[in-house]
Design a protein around this ligand. Structure first.
Ligand SMILES: C[S@@+](CC[C@H](N)C(=O)[O-])C[C@H]1O[C@@H](n2cnc3c(N)ncnc32)[C@H](O)[C@@H]1O
Length: 299
């Protein structure tokens, strides 16, 4: 690690500290207990999310160092001026600090993926007679609710969140209260019948999985369970790193998705390659965004 600070600021601002103020970010009591140094903060509920986000200071490793996507990390300034390391995939710690998820991935690394995918979905819906307000989405890997917020912005208000982390649910309720009709903390590779019925009660007609497949996050089996809870004729809105769709992929996603496409279970309506975000060395991470109709079960 170095003290080099290269905040890309949505990929355009000067290479300096990404954030202002030294006394801003703070987490829950649980976070304070766990990390010791997270003290008093400014966060006063959802209205203050932007302020919490602005007041955070985040620094990346030197751009010449390369990390695989599941090993990326940054450091975050504590109120006392010291810096703590956060691994990007330690979502439970990141969600505990209001605004930190948005700060790292949106403000510093230039992610805009939920908005991009919600727009792609809205375009696909516009080519049908379906009323967006009637779509009922299962948002898998929901995190703190950014995708549900973007879906609501394009007129799709009914979302059920699923995430494996209780910290994600807590952050969604803290930062974007009222967005989800229901938020289930569950592992979809071992969904119990009560949870499954609960999802079925929502009569889901779409599945969104944004920035959450692969890399030790959502495995193919969990994706399949979510897919099985969506009605035939419904929609699948997903992003996946291009490498997971390549011929040499070993995650299982390439086979599952290419089999789904060739069998006709998945009918692609929109498919785009796009820059999901920057890596910490400023190289682009290229993903595929797919909007498809579910025409049958995955093999
Ligand atoms: C990068 S975040 C994306 C959050 C959200 N979709 C967004 O775009 O803002 C990945 C999310 O996937 C969740 N996740 C990881 N593994 C999971 C699993 N097996 N089942 C459900 N959620 C999982 C994480 O807890 C995290 O909230």
């Amino acid at each position: 690690m170095t003290s080099t600070v290269n905040g890309f600021g949505a990929a355009s601002s000067p290479a300096t500290v990404a954030g202002a103020g030294r006394d801003g970010h703070l987490g829950t009591e649980a976070a304070r207990r766990e990390h010791g140094r997270l003290g008093e903060g400014r966060y006063r509920g959802p209205g203050s999310l932007e302020e919490a986000r602005r007041s955070l200071r985040v620094a990346l490793p030197e751009p010449s160092s390369r990390f695989s996507q599941d090993d990326e990390w940054c450091v975050v300034a504590q109120p006392d001026g010291t810096w703590s390391e956060f691994r990007f995939h330690d979502y439970h710690r990141i969600f505990d600090v209001p605004g930190l998820y948005e700060k790292i991935f949106y403000d510093v690394l230039g992610c805009d993926t939920p908005r991009f995918m919600a727009d792609l979905f809205a375009d696909a819906l516009a080519g049908t007679r379906e009323d967006p307000a009637a779509v009922r989405v299962l948002d898998l890997g929901a995190g703190n609710g950014i995708m549900a917020e973007e879906l609501a912005a394009v007129g799709v208000p009914h979302a059920v969140g699923v995430d494996i982390l209780p910290e994600a649910q807590a952050a969604a309720e803290r930062d974007r209260p009222g967005l989800y009709a229901h938020y289930l903390v569950a592992d979809l590779t071992a969904l119990d019948p009560t949870e499954s019925r609960r999802l079925a009660d929502h009569r889901l007609t779409a599945l969104s999985v944004v920035a959450a497949l692969g890399f030790g996050d959502i495995p193919p089996a969990a994706f399949r369970t979510a897919y099985d809870h969506v009605a035939d004729g419904g929609w699948v809105v997903l992003t996946i790193k291009d490498a997971f769709l390549a011929e040499d992929d070993t995650s299982g996603f390439a086979t599952m998705i290419s089999d789904g496409l060739s069998s006709g279970a998945l009918e692609v309506v929109r498919r785009e390659r796009f820059r999901h975000r920057l890596a910490t060395d400023a190289s682009p991470l290229v993903y595929e965004g797919i909007v498809a109709r579910k025409r049958g079960p995955l093999g």
